[in-house]
Design a protein around this ligand. Structure first.
Ligand code: ASP
Length: 455
């Protein structure tokens, strides 16, 4: 074995602290670069031998490359991770008839929390009236997509070709195939046991890959936020500041009040500990604006920090990332009221109920990727006869809201996972209570990979 003899001192700061530092530095440096390049004009440093363009070298070069590689590697893990851990989860259930019950509880809770979120958002938006007196003309157009019928959504959950589902990252199809595959393994006696053991080994390796990636996160998060903050400017907010603040406030209330209250009522667990343990996953979600790309981290948070057994988390986390979008529903609720007010259209109580229902159902089958909330909003507006062009009004401030609502979405996925796990007795309370749970596995000694082999 070659001795690299490099320092093995553990890093001075914990991974979470390093990710937070990356995030703050990203925001500060991004904003500084924007200040250097007002109105997107490049800033060129004359280095005598050659000119160094901040925009093409630093922003579109280094930062963009690091950020996009980070995003791509997170997404690269999603399909194999979901498939392998879901198969393991089903195999470890012993009694596969439990699946229906677990599924029912998870889907029920996901839908109810989304309905609460959007109803609350509509109520607050009606009280504050962010669109009252706002005079705006949409200067971009936005075309709507037709809402798929519930029947279509259900049919499309079943893949005709699992490899196509893998290749295209169709999460609901991957979930259905993994469930069926896992059930078949569980029913295959001795052969099934051998296959299940291989999947267990795969799961260890893939989780290791997740950990490796998390160690690179401080740099990835830094690059993503620095790139974004070279373009976010205060002026874009203009008329939209009240809308922006209302969405933000409801998102924060949902994450910091609704979830903690539900968690306390259903499980009696400490909401503060829950929120603290959510930090990494929330930062990942915030930086990537994609609950799908955050699945690896949410899954690790649920199983290694929160104490949710893999048999539950492997099912509820990917399912939640696909169908549970409370944060998105909140934006849609406020946006609908805002757009109705800007276009001076009155909505009736029945209209609002339609909005709640459509937004809740539309969230099923729509993947957790950046910006998808706006596409779903088009369907919602269509249902109540509001002009879809209204979306063009709010698109300018949507990215920051997208990031925040994605953090809320993954927090909801984790909370529901805990409630379901606790009710099924698949929950490790000691792990939840252990403040340090999960932190030991975070630190990887890249210099001594050979010594770290897991037995
Ligand atoms: N970006 C969100 C998510 O991935 C979805 C959205 O609201 O656009 O959860």
């Amino acid at each position: 074995m070659t001795e690299l003899n490099l320092s093995t001192k553990p890093p001075k700061y914990s991974l979470t602290t390093r990710i937070v530092i990356g995030m703050i530095l990203g925001i500060v440096i991004g904003s500084f670069l924007q200040w250097l390049m007002p109105n997107g004009k490049d800033f060129v440093i004359d280095l005598l031998v050659f000119d160094l363009s901040i925009k093409s070298f630093f922003v579109d070069g280094i930062l963009e490359v690091i950020g996009q590689i980070f995003m791509a590697s997170l997404r690269m893990l999603v399909v194999p991770l979901v498939f392998v851990s879901l198969v393991c989860g089903v195999c470890s259930l012993q009694d596969t008839t439990k699946l229906g019950r677990i599924g029912g509880k998870a889907i029920g809770l996901y839908l109810v929390t989304t309905a609460i979120a959007i109803s609350f958002a509509i109520l607050i938006a009606l009280l504050i009236a962010p669109g009252e007196g706002v005079n705006m003309i949409a200067n971009t157009s936005f075309s709507s997509r037709e809402a798929p019928s519930l029947a279509q959504v259900i049919i499309q959950m079943f893949p005709t070709n699992p490899f196509e589902a893998f290749a295209q990252g169709k999460m609901l199809q991957v979930i259905v195939f993994a469930l069926l595959f896992g059930i078949a393994i569980a029913l295959s006696g001795k052969t099934g046991e051998r296959v299940a053991a291989i999947f267990e080994d795969f799961s260890v390796v893939i989780m290791r890959l997740v950990t490796i990636l998390m160690n690179l996160a401080p740099y990835g998060v830094f690059a993503l936020l620095a790139t974004l903050f070279t373009t976010v400017s205060i002026e874009t907010f203009g008329n939209l500041i009240v809308y922006f603040l209302v969405v933000l406030a409801v998102l924060l209330i949902h994450a910091l009040v609704t979830y903690p209250v539900l968690l306390k009522i259903f499980t009696g667990l400490s909401p503060i500990r829950f929120l603290k343990k959510m930090r990494d996953a929330a930062i990942f979600a915030f930086s990537t604006a994609s609950s799908n790309a955050t699945i690896p981290v949410t899954l690790e948070t649920a199983t290694k920090k929160m104490g949710v057994k893999n048999s539950i988390a492997s099912f509820t986390v990917p399912l939640g990332a696909t169908i549970n979008m409370d944060g998105t529903a909140i934006m849609q609720g406020v946006a609908t009221v805002f757009i109705a007010q800007v276009f001076s259209q009155d909505l009736t109580l029945a209209d609002y109920l339609t909005v709640v229902l459509t937004a809740t159902l539309a969230s099923i089958g729509t993947a957790g990727v950046p910006g998808v909330g706006l596409i779903m909003l088009a369907m919602v507006l269509d249902q109540v006869g509001l002009p879809v062009e209204g979306i063009a009004l709010i698109i300018g401030v949507d990215r920051l809201l997208d990031m925040t609502r994605t953090a809320v979405n993954v927090t909801g996925d984790s909370m529901v996972s805990i409630i379901v796990a606790k009710s099924e007795d698949q929950f490790d309370k000691d792990m939840f209570l252990d403040e340090k749970a999960g932190s030991a596995i975070e630190e990887i000694d890249f210099h001594h990979l050979k010594d770290e082999q897991t037995s």
